[in-house]
Design a protein around this ligand. Structure first.
Ligand code: NI
Length: 181
């Protein structure tokens, strides 16, 4: 069973690391995004008790600490152990690559990781398939949906619950693609 103490410790750590960052387009603290991703991931672990829910929730709450903050990898190892630090690193896009190669690279690296880590990638995209910023063009929205389909395909079969969630979100996102300028 998952630990509320670990949840609180990872959320505190992430809140300090992300500082004043906001969820793009909403003005909300970045931790709101992290808590939503953790909720998606935890629900999937409740549906399948064979999953390590603590690994899943820690990776969910910390998934952007290496990508978007100055947190060193070693700090994650110290605070949360090797498995969590390794998972967060796998969920981090390689900024040295050209932008259009980053997702494919990330999915290829994730294929080598524990299912709980890969489930966080699905939970993250499910969360991010909220209504897009009004300024996004129709083609940008369509590209975002296509990328979501690529993620859903690459990570299919880890969790029937997450597979259904992302399929429904992709379907619903279609209305925003059609509504884009
Ligand atoms: Ni995210």
């Amino acid at each position: 069973m998952w630990s509320p103490d670990l949840y609180a410790r990872a959320l505190d750590f992430a809140a300090h690391a992300h500082g004043a960052q906001r969820v793009p387009g909403t003005g909300l603290p970045y931790t709101v995004h992290l808590a939503k991703v953790a909720a998606e991931a935890l629900r999937a672990c409740v549906e399948d008790p064979s999953r390590d829910a603590n690994l899943c929730l820690a990776c969910a709450l910390l998934h952007d600490t290496l990508e978007d903050t100055a947190t060193p990898y070693e700090r994650l190892v110290e605070e949360f152990g090797d498995a969590v630090a390794r998972g967060v690193r796998a969920l981090t896009k390689n900024s040295a690559l050209p932008k259009h190669e980053r997702m494919t690279d990330c999915l290829a690296r994730l294929a080598l990781e524990a299912p709980e880590v890969r489930m966080v990638k699905l939970a993250d995209r499910i969360t991010n398939l909220e209504p897009p910023p009004p300024a996004w063009s129709s083609s940008k929205r369509a590209a975002y949906r296509d990328e979501a389909r690529e993620i859903a395909r690459a990570l299919h079969g880890l969790s029937a619950h997450l597979d259904a969630r992302i399929a429904a979100r992709i379907e619903a996102y279609g209305a925003h693609v059609d509504a884009g300028a």
